[in-house]
Design a protein around this ligand. Structure first.
Ligand code: ADP
Ligand code: MG
Length: 254
């Protein structure tokens, strides 16, 4: 589904990604893990057109998407969440989720002003899809609340709903449970498994090793911008290089 081929990205001469290659299999959950500063967010940015690799290539469904602007990547069916939430705080929950559908385009200024029946029907259909997405993440009751009054855990789930509402071909999640409590984390784990059961392809960037081990089919490990290991959760957990990268710094696998 997605091939990352020898991607490099430098910031001010310092490599954030050096020669990183891995592939995502259709219908699978792949986790991208590694200590802080390993390059995980930079990798997601390079896939989604938020950032451009200095070298290397990203292929999606056989097409070279390297360097495409973010809106074009989104239109191809790749959606994401952000480590530091990027929601519109004053807009309602449902309007934030509706933003996940506007990537499909098809609106005109005149249509938006005059709102003929065709436009109103389309708006109704989009609203129904947004409501269905809210429902799947338990947000129905919060639909009309402005995002800035919500608890952090609810805001994280609004981002998930926005990423999923367009029924993308690939979903990239940047630390979806960071800052969530135990119960909220368990809910997100269940939702990730449900997405997989429906055939979605996911890339999960995550620090919570327990979650990674429970929901992933395949794990790719970055350390200092390099890919140091890849394999099943069990293989990766036992890999001495991975243990060293983690235990040396955070003890996350202990
Ligand atoms: N826009 C940027 N400008 C300069 N340095 C950056 C930028 N983005 C990331 N970096 C650096 O690149 C490295 C990797 O960062 P990041 O991809 O955010 O890591 P992770 O998500 O794995 O914690 C870090 O050393 C970080 O400081
Ligand atoms: Mg990050």
């Amino acid at each position: 589904m997605l091939d990352v081929i020898s991607v490099c990205r430098n910031f001010g001469g310092l490599p954030a990604l050096s020669d990183v290659s891995f592939s995502l299999q259709r219908g699978r959950v792949t986790a991208l893990i590694g200590p802080n500063g390993a390059g995980k967010t930079t990798m997601i940015n390079c896939i989604t057109g938020v950032d451009i690799p200095d070298a290397g290539r990203v292929d999606f469904a056989g097409e070279d998407i390297t360097g495409l602007p973010a809106y074009r990547v989104a239109r191809l069916g790749i959606s994401r969440t952000f480590q530091n939430l990027k929601l519109f705080p004053r807009l309602s929950v449902i309007d934030n989720v509706l933003c996940g559908l506007t990537v499909q385009g098809g609106q005109s200024m005149l249509g938006a002003l005059l709102r003929p029946p065709r436009v109103r029907n389309r708006e109704r259909r989009l609203r129904l899809r947004a409501m269905a997405a809210l429902d799947r993440f338990g947000l129905t009751e919060l639909a009309d609340w402005p995002v800035d009054v919500l608890a952090y855990g609810d805001r994280k789930r609004v981002e998930l709903a926005r990423a999923v509402v367009s029924e993308p071909r690939l979903i990239l999640l940047d630390e979806p449970v960071a800052g969530l409590n135990h119960e909220e984390t368990a809910t997100v784990a269940k939702e990730i498994r449900a997405l997989r059961a429906q055939g979605y392809t996911l890339l999960l960037v995550e620090h919570d090793m327990d979650l990674v081990m429970r929901v992933s089919d395949h794990v790719v490990v970055l350390d200092g911008g390099r890919c140091i290991a890849g394999g099943t959760p069990d293989e990766v957990r036992r890999n001495p290089l991975v243990l060293e990268a983690y235990l040396g710094r955070t003890g996350a696998l202990a």
